[in-house]
Design a protein around this ligand. Structure first.
Ligand SMILES: [Zn+2]
Length: 76
């Protein structure tokens, strides 16, 4: 079981979190992002593959001229 690096006490459970990405004038909020969440302090850890997908989505949103958006995470 992985331990939380922030509080060093809690164990990480599978859960979801909200990730906010800001780039230039663009703000994107992704809800229901799969993550490991510390049972003690609530810190969340998002996998690299998930982060990559968020960044990819953010890039296409920027290209599409989106400025502010709240969306639910969709698994690839
Ligand atoms: Zn913790």
């Amino acid at each position: 079981m992985m331990q939380c690096v922030i509080c060093k006490h809690g164990e990480l459970d599978a859960g979801t979190t909200t990730v906010t990405l800001e780039r230039d004038d663009v703000t994107l909020v992704f809800k229901d992002v799969p993550a490991r969440v510390c049972e003690n302090c609530g810190e969340s850890y998002v996998d690299e593959a998930v982060t990559r997908q968020l960044l990819k989505e953010a890039e296409s949103a920027v290209n599409a001229g989106v400025e502010v958006d709240i969306r639910h995470f969709r698994a690839a």
